[in-house]
Design a binder for this molecule. Structure first.
Ligand code: SF4
Ligand code: SF4
Length: 282
């Protein structure tokens, strides 16, 4: 029988959950408890960002239990709970209340993508619309977690596409000796709330093969080619050069943040593009 090409489950291009998973995969000494949502895929390749996940809404209570029951081997590790907006409202916020009441110490990543992404983008009290698509009061997550007892200084809002900021914030908050909540603020890329921009491309001459953008896990980015070179130390090293599928890329800009040599750019329209665009109105 012929071999099946490996296609692990993955997130969507420009998914706002990619940034948090990328950040978690770059920070050491964390015990990370996931929950049920698209971000559960963060347990897999290339992020390996979750250590465990049991059932919907359980992440905060599990994290609190791990914090209270920690032994010598993980005394110096920080505990992180990862949960989405709708799961937090469904069953997660009770765990936060319990954690505050019992003086736990967990960093919560509250990934607000303004939808129930995994089941098709349904509305929830945090989206500003009801299930019929009509305007509805929109819950303020920052106010909610403050009301549950998190100190305002420990409630941090972040754009998950700003990867260096995301990594820095998680590093900072996991060092705190009290509960903190990091709330992301980009919509699911499959909903109408998401704004599609011009796709990016990789300039092959500038790509050094570092593979950083591929580690982001965006499915619009793929391996263009691999090369084995000999490093100064004499050891052989594999370079991984990237390319971006312009049909899948939504122009979110996230991968640009991973590329030191500025090899990822938004191409300027050519004269041919302009002529094609002008023609329908002529
Ligand atoms: S800009 Fe980069 S991260 Fe965003 S969709 Fe395009 S390839 Fe993916
Ligand atoms: S991050 Fe930049 S240099 Fe590194 S593989 Fe991607 S495009 Fe190439």
């Amino acid at each position: 029988p012929s071999k099946v090409f490996p296609r692990p489950p993955t997130m969507c291009a420009s998914c706002p959950l990619l940034g948090p998973c990328f950040a978690l995969s770059h920070i050491r000494n964390l015990n990370i408890i996931g929950d049920i949502g698209c971000y559960t895929l963060g347990a897999g390749h290339p992020w390996n960002a979750l250590d465990t996940c049991i059932s919907m809404g359980a992440s905060l209570s599990m994290a609190h239990g791990m914090d209270k029951g920690r032994g010598e081997s993980d005394e110096k590790k920080s505990i992180v709970a990862v949960i989405g907006d709708s799961t937090f409202l469904h069953m997660g916020m009770q765990g936060l209340l319990n954690m505050i009441y019992n003086r736990g110490n967990v960093t919560v990543l509250l990934l607000d993508n303004r939808s129930v992404g995994m089941t098709g983008g349904q509305e929830n009290p945090g989206t500003g619309q009801d299930l019929h698509g009509l305007p509805a009061p929109r819950l303020d997550f920052a106010k909610l977690v403050e009301a549950l007892g998190v100190r305002p200084e420990r409630i941090r809002m972040v754009d998950p596409y700003q990867l260096p900021v995301m990594v820095k914030l998680v590093r900072e908050e996991t060092k705190m000796e009290e509960p903190s909540v990091i709330i992301t603020n980009r919509p699911c890329s499959l909903t109408d709330r998401f704004e599609h921009l011009k796709p990016y491309t990789v300039i092959d001459d500038k790509c050094t093969g570092c593979g950083n953008c591929i580690d982001l896990g965006c499915p619009a980015i793929s391996v263009a080619r691999r090369e084995t070179v000999t490093a100064k130390s004499g050891k052989s090293k594999e370079l991984v050069f990237a390319s971006i599928d312009s049909n899948a890329c939504t122009g979110c800009h996230m991968c640009v943040e991973t590329c030191a040599p500025d090899a990822i750019i938004q191409p300027q329209p050519t004269i041919k593009d302009r002529v094609i665009r002008i023609q329908p109105h002529a």
